[in-house]
Design a protein around this ligand. Structure first.
Ligand code: 26W
Length: 817
């Protein structure tokens, strides 16, 4: 079934075992007998890379020498997850690997478990980038992912004895990392600071200091495409490592200062995922990887040319700006074209405009980056000049289009003391897109309304997607086999809309029972995994109800925990008799940005509700809450296939899209959710009768804001809500300490910006509908199967096809011979 994608001689398990044995000996100096699972993991990874090398080189060659425009995906985050299994699947080497590892006398899982998950991202945006580069390679489209090789990824989360989040450094490079190839010979110089002088009538930037950007290249093998793209992550190194003179003056620390200053740039990922971080180092990071990437693209597509004709650049590569984080790339390309290659402003502008496109991933005003002008002026003085000139040109253009002075002021990219990166991206690029239909509409109607009025053709939508290779085939092999059995082909893995063929089988009780058995077996697996990894005792015969995503007030984990407390109180008070309670296991997963006070308090509350509920004999077997720490891609791959009910309960108009919602629907979970982000499109496609909808719509939310929202009214009016909040306030979940959650309770009763209290009644009301259906397993699984059958649209392959058609206007390389 699996074909070798690498145009390299097919490899047998024996040959693969030999290659691993050879690698262990000549590169790692150990015999098979001496080798540890970690040694074998490295050797196997290298062997897979060797098998992909031909395709990698072939893809590079065809990209540079062909006429197919490439895609450059600029992202400050790539949340790739563990690599070995994915590389084996996409390279078509899984069987050979399994047989080879066993023949060498090792346990498959032991070897896979030694891989450390690279956490070079916070959440949705970073994972989307990873799914997108998998789809670009699987569709055979030539592409580069360009980002930062952080030494420390997203922090490791632990919980202390009070259930509080504790962050520890994620030193993922502590062990050998076999996938990244450090290419010192293709480093780029990136400069900072200094001043701009006039020389011969031309503006010349005299930077104060510079660093070396060293590329670390990762192969991105496509599934069944025979193509292998590149993820190029930049690592900062000092130009001159060490100041010996200072050292000899025994000023040891200042001798290494330049090195530390340089390497600081790619030291650590900023753990904020929706609150702008105005720190200089963050801007240094953004400029560092974008400048290195633009220079690298010119090196790659104009090999050996000192005076390349860069007017052709937009025909060779189109760049996608993954949110505002890489937008400094627009003035940087202008600087490169004008200062380094001598192009005039207008030529440079038309090249730049055609080269860039911007994807917005948020609706939260606080997440839209606005950089203080003096910070840009100090770090990038030439860029501030160029931004000012872009803004002048922009305002002149708006005036010429008859836009009013007030609106022009509102639309200003440069306000005199700050630079609005979303506005710069919208004017500086040729397309702007949101990540779900509702989000893209709100961008046009609200967030970027003025721009949409003036440049309507720039605005489009591309609804997010997820890769079926990692999130179905790798995460849920049982379901994958059942799908292939039901459809009679495994072509669905590269054409996910084929899942539609499963719909008729929803009427076949036999098949639905097989589907239910898959879910049950996955739940048993997860219960064993949770026992092994967390010491939790989950009962697979209860409903597994999951809420996993970053901790943020707009995502409303508070709504989930308050409804859970209300249910606990109902059972405790006997209002709900034990036998009419549907046994439920609620599983949370969430990291909070370290500086996000209320988010961290919510984590503490969830952990303490879990402690109290799980140890209360009155609700034993009826309600359990678990919060596995350090939610990451690995945990997601274990938990999503085992979930019956997924929570997508954000306030309408706040979640740009969501991608977890897609992963759960594709893995046969039912969703309870609001009309927000991509939930709207999921419900449209799976059918309203197969989706548990509740809560206010965007319009109802806007009306309530306009009318003035008083959360306390809801607290007074709903006794179950009042009881739940009072239990949080009265120390029930803090060993009697009434102050522990006081800030949270007072926020709920005085502000509650995301209207948790207003949607509480609707949310608790729908639970009975959910439990009524869950009490009919066949009907529940029939509807869950229909969710799977109708979620093929949410493949990242489809998203990429939309980008190719609507924004990038390019496609796959010619098929391999
Ligand atoms: C400046 C700090 C910062 C860092 C990251 C601000 C904003 C971000 C990201 C845009 C936040 C993010 O991950 N957004 C999520 O992007 C997903 C992929 O498009 C969407 O599915 C989620 O709805 C959105 O919250």
């Amino acid at each position: 079934m699996s074909e070798i994608t690498a145009p390299k001689s097919p490899v047998t398990a024996e040959q693969f075992a030999d290659e691993i044995r050879e690698q262990l000996k000549y590169a790692q100096g150990v015999t098979v007998e001496q080798a540890t699972p970690a040694d074998v993991y490295v050797a196997a990874a290298v062997a897979v890379r060797h098998h992909l090398m031909d395709s990698w080189m072939q893809t590079q060659h065809d990209m540079v020498n062909g006429t197919t425009k490439a895609v450059g995906y600029l992202s400050a985050e790539f949340l790739m997850g563990k690599q070995l299994r994915n590389a084996l699947l996409n390279a078509g080497l899984t069987e050979q690997y399994n047989a080879a590892i066993e023949s060498l006398g090792f346990n498959l899982q032991d070897v896979v478990d030694t891989e450390y998950e690279p956490g070079l991202g916070n959440g949705g945006l970073g994972r989307l980038a990873a799914c997108f580069i998998d789809s670009l390679a699987s569709l055979g489209v030539p592409a580069f992912g360009y980002g930062i090789q952080y030494k420390y990824g997203i922090f490791k989360q632990e919980f202390d004895k009070d259930g509080k989040q504790v962050e520890t450094p994620d030193y993922w490079l502590a062990n050998e990392e076999p996938w990244g190839h450090i290419d010192y010979n293709r480093s780029q110089k990136v400069s900072f600071g200094g001043k701009v002088v006039k020389e011969g009538g031309k503006k010349v930037w005299k930077p104060a200091w510079s660093v070396r950007a060293v590329p670390v290249d990762y192969m991105v093998p496509g599934y069944a495409s025979g193509r292998v793209n590149t993820l190029r992550l930049w690592s900062a190194k000092a130009e001159d490592e060490f100041d010996l003179l200072t050292f000899n003056r025994s000023e040891y620390l200042s001798a290494v200062k330049p090195q530390v200053k340089a390497e600081n740039i790619s030291k650590i990922l900023y753990p904020e995922d929706s609150t702008k971080e105005g720190k200089q180092l963050r801007l240094e990071q953004q400029y560092f990887f974008v400048s290195a990437s633009l220079h690298d693209a010119i090196r790659v597509f104009y090999p050996g040319e000192s005076k390349p004709d860069l007017t052709t650049l937009p025909d060779k590569i189109v760049f996608q700006l993954n949110d505002t984080h890489p937008v400094i790339g627009i003035p940087e390309l202008m600087r490169i074209l004008i200062d380094e290659y001598g192009y005039d402003w207008d030529t440079a502008w038309s090249i730049t405009n055609k080269t860039f496109n911007y994807t917005c991933h948020t609706l939260l005003p606080e997440a839209l980056e606005v950089w203080p002008a003096d910070l840009i002026g100090e770090l990038l003085p030439r860029h501030l000049e160029i931004i000012e000139k872009i803004n002048e040109q922009f305002e002149a253009e708006l005036k010429a289009k008859g836009v009013g002075a007030v609106t022009i002021k509102d639309m200003a990219i440069y306000t005199g003391d700050s630079v609005r990166m979303a506005y710069l991206a919208t004017y500086g690029g040729s397309h702007v897109n949101g990540v779900a239909e509702l989000h893209s509409q709100l961008l046009k109607d609200v967030t970027l309304k003025n721009f949409s009025d003036v440049y309507p053709d720039k605005f489009t939508n591309v609804t997010n997607g997820v890769t079926p290779r990692r999130f179905i085939k790798l995460a849920n092999p049982r379901l994958s086999d059942l799908i292939t059995e039901g459809l009679g082909t495994d072509k669905w893995l590269s054409d996910l809309e084929l899942l539609k063929g499963l719909e008729p089988l929803a009427a076949d009780d036999e098949f639905v029972r097989k589907f239910a058995a898959v879910k049950q077996a996955n739940k048993v697996d997860f219960a064993n995994y949770a026992k092994r990894e967390y010491g939790f005792d989950l009962d697979p015969d209860t409903m597994f109800n999951t809420m996993v995503k970053r901790l943020h007030e707009y995502k409303r984990q508070a709504l989930k925990i308050l409804a859970l407390i209300a249910r606990y109180a109902d059972i405790k008070s006997g209002k709900l008799s034990a036998d009419d309670v549907m046994p439920r296991t609620v599983i949370f997963g969430a990291k909070a940005a370290p500086g996000y006070y209320l988010a961290k308090m919510t984590i503490q509350l969830i952990n303490n509700v879990a402690r109290v509920v799980n140890n209360d004999p009155d609700v034993k077997g009826k309600l359990n809450v678990y919060f596995p720490w350090n939610y990451n891609v690995r945990l997601a791959q274990h938990l999503i296939p085992a979930t019956d009910l997924d929570e997508q309960i954000s306030q309408a108009g706040k979640e740009a899209s969501g991608t977890g919602n897609m992963k759960f629907a594709l893995n046969g979970a039912m969703t309870v959710g609001t009309l927000d982000g991509a939930n709207v499109e999921i419900r449209e496609r799976v059918g309203a009768e197969n989706f548990f909808l509740f809560g206010m719509t965007v319009d109802e939310v806007d009306k309530l804001y306009a009318d003035g929202y008083g959360p306390r009214k809801y607290y007074e009016a709903d006794p179950r809500l009042k009881a739940a909040i009072d239990m949080v306030a009265d120390g029930t979940f803090s060993n009697g300490n009434k102050d522990t959650y006081a800030p949270l309770v007072s926020d709920w009763l005085s502000k509650d910006w995301f209207m948790t209290l207003a949607d509480f009644h609707a949310y608790t009301a729908i639970q009975s509908e959910i439990e009524a259906l869950y009490a009919q397993p066949l009907e529940w699984n029939r509807k869950a199967l229909i969710n799977v059958a109708n979620s093929g649209y949410f493949s990242s392959d489809r998203s990429i096809s939309d980008y190719l058609e609507r924004i990038w206007h390019t496609g796959p390389l010619p098929a391999l011979a």
